[in-house]
Ligand binder design. Structure first.
Ligand code: NAP
Length: 394
């Protein structure tokens, strides 16, 4: 019988043989999981551990089997086992079910979306020096315009809200305005920045940059910036210093802030000056994909959704439906998310083994179509074959 991961007083206790739930996901999810799972199991075995992966249902497969996209039992298992990994889940645009990914993050209060972005040598990139990108995005995961508080044009809810805004706040809107809310709280903003600061301290990172659009959205994004500085000063005072007060060769973690549009430019022009980025939900979503593009695209971008005592690891990309079942999608994003999961279990040696094996496979010329198509004359390798090459090197 596999053992259970437990959590007490802010710490995970991880046995050498944990049971870890996985959601295969929709679209390319199942074939990516088939490539990634043996790599993660082998890295655990090589370092003296054993993972029992437990399949749990979500998405279209769950709908067929249980009549629900996200069965309650799945959420209970993810919460109970504390660490899990998932493939992408499809969400229709402009109607239909709400995003299952957002629902999982909200139900389990996985408040920090953590996306490390760095370049694997040999991976083609649209920028000249992708090796200068070494950033970790901490994106707030539960609030902002992702809270799901929006109402269609002409709906009774939108009309009622427009009426309230007009009568009580003197706000006049065009008839038939669709409305959405952007809630942001001190609690959620501070715990996200706290998580970013803890990571920066633990990993010896030189700076944390608060990315916001507070010049326009003063009381939401602007407050995020202020709350971020407060956490740094009040809880990490001796360890951090605001950029304006930092000296040459500063050894403390420098707290910077940048307006989001400028930050997009900074990441292209001066990437080496940034390390950990903390930001609200929507900006974080955009910027992590833009950063992923600099280091090879979504197929190379790992991620995790982390709360207090529960974490779900997942690739940054979606279901890539046009590639589903064709054995062409890149499994690296899921493999690297798995490596991040091994780190999270306290098995950094196993995580490093996976990253090193993947780097060697790429250095030896094995690449899926998303990368190979950018290199003249390069022959692409299929999803399964790439996974097998990484596995051989573990
Ligand atoms: P997507 O599935 O991430 O795909 C966008 C593009 O990124 C693909 O067309 C492909 O680019 C590239 N790509 C993504 N994953 C790749 C991989 N593993 N290997 C190679 N290339 C890859 O985004 P989308 O088309 O916007 O969304 C599709 C569905 O996924 C939607 O239902 C969306 O809601 C869902 N989604 C889920 C998650 C999640 O589960 N966390 C995240 C994002 C989106 P090229 O066309 O240039 O080859």
């Amino acid at each position: 019988m596999p053992s259970k991961i437990t959590y007490a007083e802010g710490r995970l206790t991880v046995p050498a043989d944990p049971e870890i739930p996985f959601i295969e996901g929709d679209g390319v999810g199942p074939e990516l999981w088939r490539a990634a799972e043996p790599v993660l199991s082998a890295a655990a075995a090589r370092t003296g551990r054993r993972i029992s992966f437990l399949p749990v249902a979500a998405g279209l497969q769950a709908l067929e089997r249980t009549g629900e996209h996200l069965p309650r039992a799945t959420l209970e298992t993810l919460a109970d086992r504390r660490v899990s990994i998932k493939g992408p889940l499809a969400t229709p645009v402009g109607g239909g079910i709400r995003s299952l990914n957002v629902a999982i993050r909200q139900a389990l209060d996985l408040y920090a979306c953590v996306r490390p972005v760095s370049h694997v040598p040999g991976v083609p990139s649209p920028v000249r020096e992708p090796g200068k990108v070494d950033m970790v995005v901490f994106r707030e995961n539960t609030e902002d315009v992702y809270a799901g508080l929006e109402w269609p044009s002409g709906s009774p809810e939108a009309e009622a809200l427009a009426g309230f805004l007009s009568e009580r706040l003197g706000v006049s809107l065009r008839p038939g305005t669709a409305l959405g809310l952007k809630p942001m709280t001190e609690t959620a903003s501070k715990r996200l920045v706290r998580a970013a600061l803890r990571w920066a301290v633990a990993e010896g990172r030189p700076s944390v940059t608060l990315v916001h659009k507070g010049n326009i959205m003063k009381y939401t994004e602007g407050a995020f910036r202020r709350w971020g500085y407060e956490v740094a000063a009040e809880e990490f005072g001796g360890l951090t210093v605001p950029e304006a007060e930092a000296g040459p060769g500063e050894r403390r973690i420098v707290i910077k802030d940048r307006i989001a549009d400028n930050m997009f430019m900074q990441t292209l022009l001066r990437p080496a000056e940034y390390s950990v980025l903390a930001m609200p939900n929507l900006n974080g979503d955009y910027l992590s994909d833009a950063l992923a593009a600099q280091t090879g695209g979504l197929g190379m971008a790992p991620g995790a959704n982390i709360g207090d005592g529960v974490a779900v690891f997942e690739a940054t990309h979606g279901t890539a439906p046009k590639y589903a079942g064709k054995d062409v999608a890149n499994p690296s994003s899921l493999i690297l998310s798995g490596a991040l999961m091994l780190d999270h279990l306290g098995w950094r040696d196993a995580g490093d083994l996976v990253r090193a094996a993947l780097r060697r496979a790429v250095a030896d010329g094995f690449m899926t179509n998303d990368l190979a198509r950018q290199i003249p004359g390069a022959a692409p390798c299929g999803t399964a074959a790439f996974g097998a090459e990484v596995l051989r090197r573990v």
